[in-house]
Design a protein around this ligand. Structure first.
Ligand code: ZN
Length: 219
């Protein structure tokens, strides 16, 4: 009987010490493999520098040679375009009509969208940047980003209530399968919610293009 008691005690001690040991190992593993634990400077939504402008990051313009049509007079880089067209077809099979509202944009188009409309509406640049990127800082320059509308609900184009359209809801569930992610979700610290704006991160080049923006959202 003494032996049974002893075995039980050892078992209990083993279980207890395992329980204490586990979190330590887990914590060490996390420290070793997650560079995100290193504190980084927070994104300043008002700062304008080469690093960021009002919370937007700098992007180079895609080469015209790489752009192909995605319909409606809009263009994306060929890799992103192929995924968009495949996604559009998949949606169409379910009666959802995705439409390309705005794909690639050059700096001069972005300049009039940003400064021109700010002047027209009497917005401060800081206010304007919550809904539009300054030239040189738009994801649309890359040819990987696209504003998508619901052809059955054009009244919701480029509006937050796009998320309630059939296309908006379909995209939230299915777009990741085609390599697209929402760039400006509700949790973005500087930019208003844009459920219509998606960036393609389906290969290493696009992932490298958006690395800073994606890391910032993971923090
Ligand atoms: Zn957009």
């Amino acid at each position: 009987m003494v032996r049974v008691d002893l075995v039980l005690r050892i078992l209990v001690l083993m279980v207890l010490s395992w329980g204490l040991y586990q979190p330590t190992v887990a914590a060490q593993r996390q420290d070793a493999t997650q560079p995100d634990n290193i504190p980084r400077p927070k994104l300043d939504c008002r700062a304008v520098s080469e690093r960021s402008a009002y919370g937007h990051f700098p992007y180079a313009e895609a080469s015209r040679r790489d752009l192909v049509s995605v319909g409606n007079g809009e263009y994306l880089r060929s890799s992103a375009a192929a995924s968009f067209l495949a996604m559009q077809q998949a949606a169409a099979r379910e009666g959802i009509r995705l439409v390309a509202l705005s794909g690639f944009r050059d700096r001069s188009t972005q300049e009039s969208l940003f400064f021109g409309i700010a002047a027209q509406r009497g917005q401060s640049l800081n206010e304007r940047a919550r809904v539009s990127a300054p030239p040189g800082y738009s994801e649309h320059h890359t040819g990987y980003a696209i504003d998508i509308g619901d052809a059955n609900a054009p009244e919701s184009d480029v509006r937050p209530d796009f998320e309630m359209t059939a296309a908006g809801m379909w995209l939230i569930v299915r777009a990741p399968e085609y390599g697209f992610e929402m760039s400006f979700p509700r949790t973005h610290p500087c930019i208003n919610y844009e459920p219509w704006h998606w960036r393609w991160v389906g290969d290493e080049y696009s992932q490298a293009t958006f690395r800073t923006a994606r890391e910032m959202m993971r923090r």
